[in-house]
Design a protein around this ligand. Structure first.
Ligand SMILES: *Cc1c(COP(=O)(O)O)cnc(C)c1O
Length: 370
């Protein structure tokens, strides 16, 4: 069987280093907000090219707390509008509704699955205060255009970088484009902990201070509380695991890119639409291939055919947020492009431990599919 993602094999590559790091934390006698978190935060800041990283409990909290921090700092208030792509993972949307901000869904670009600058422009009203730019499937959103729009209309930009650690445009990585950026280190993400973890990156000192307080009961000094915060901390063991794995992230990304390149060059089936990729040197770096997503009008047949032949695939995602029961009030809205994406997408296996033989087998099957 060719698995979609073999986490056991991924982490086995670093088994001894992970055990050593874990042992160091156990022996340190200090398990929350200590030197391992500080070290990971510094190394991740360096990796992204930003001033601050603030570790939190998971990626959803990274997004929720950033919007919350902007409310505490008087930059956002309840009812302000936030523009977000309609085809994103539900977590992006939850971060907005959790803060009682107004979700403004916009259709993505069908070729990239990311925000379309023209659609963002059209959705701006006098109540618009922020854009949540999601780097879906591992591909950076068109950040130069989005930042220009934001500047023109005085909007905040929060990146959802949960799927795109290390993707870049013009040598500038995700996490360093917007006013802040939320990352997830869920085990299956490109940089994955061995449990839940997340972080915010920013170059804004005031925001970083507020986030450090918010994640820790709203406390900036022991037993003194600035704001009514929450408990959302990245613990020492997960920080130590992440610090081990961060050193290998670029190497893993390069392997993902090689798998993607052979898929792109060898899958030749008019019924299967491949991700758009011109593969010049510049565009190569825009994608870190968290997922390799194809589209097929007869998706269920393609998925069944691959499964019968031992290839595991997944769907990211089967139901758009506006069709979820959780958001009943939007069920009548219509976003034809997003709906088409949700009906047609299929994610082929791609991972740092996938072999070229496995990729060639997937290609062979895709080319046989009728
Ligand atoms: C995974 C993910 C999140 C949430 O991260 P968690 O760590 O699972 O809370 C947010 N946004 C996107 C786009 C994601 O893929």
């Amino acid at each position: 069987m060719i698995p979609f993602l073999d986490l056991k094999a991924i982490n086995a590559q670093y088994r001894q280093e992970l055990i050593n790091a874990c042992t160091d934390v156990i022996d340190s006698g200090w398990y929350i907000t200590g030197k391992y978190l500080e070290k990971f935060e510094q190394n991740f800041s360096k990796y992204c090219g930003v001033k601050h990283t603030i570790g939190v409990a998971n990626g959803l909290d990274a997004l929720i707390l950033t919007l919350r921090a902007w409310k505490e700092l008087g930059k956002l208030k309840e009812g302000d509008e936030v523009i977000v792509p309609a085809n994103t993972y539900i977590a992006s949307i939850l971060a907005i509704t959790e803060n009682k901000l107004k979700v403004v869904l916009v259709e993505p670009d069908l070729n990239t699955y990311n925000l379309c600058p023209q659609n963002v422009q059209k959705a701006i009203t006098e109540k618009t205060k922020a854009i949540l730019a999601v780097h879906l499937y591992g591909q950076i959103a068109p950040m130069p255009e989005i930042m220009n729009i934001a500047k023109e209309h005085n909007l905040l930009v929060l990146e959802d970088s949960a799927q795109a650690h290390g993707a870049e445009i013009d040598c500038k990585k995700v996490g360093n484009w917007g006013h802040a950026s939320g990352f997830s280190f869920y085990p299956g993400k490109n940089l994955g902990a061995l449990g839940d973890a997340g972080a915010i990156t920013t170059n804004d000192d005031e925001l970083a201070e507020m986030l450090k307080a918010l994640r820790n009961y709203g406390s900036h000094k022991k037993y003194e509380n600035l704001v009514p915060g929450v408990n959302s901390r990245l613990d020492e063991i997960q920080a130590a695991m992440l610090d081990v794995k961060l050193a290998y992230l670029d190497k893993e990304t390069e392997h993902r890119r090689k798998i993607a390149q052979i898929y792109l060059s060898k899958i030749k089936n008019p019924n299967i639409i491949l991700p758009l990729n011109d593969i010049n040197a510049e565009e190569y770096k825009q994608h870190v291939w968290h997922l390799f997503v194809v589209r097929c009008a007869n998706r269920s047949a393609l998925q069944a055919f691959l499964s019968e032949n031992g290839v595991q695939t997944l769907i990211h995602y089967p139901i758009p947020p506006h069709k979820q029961q959780a958001y009943k009030e939007w069920n009548n809205l219509s976003f034809p492009i997003s709906e088409q994406i949700h009906q047609e997408v299929l994610s082929l296996p791609i991972s740092p431990t996938m072999t070229f033989d496995e990729a060639n087998r997937v290609i062979e099957l895709c080319n046989q599919f009728k």
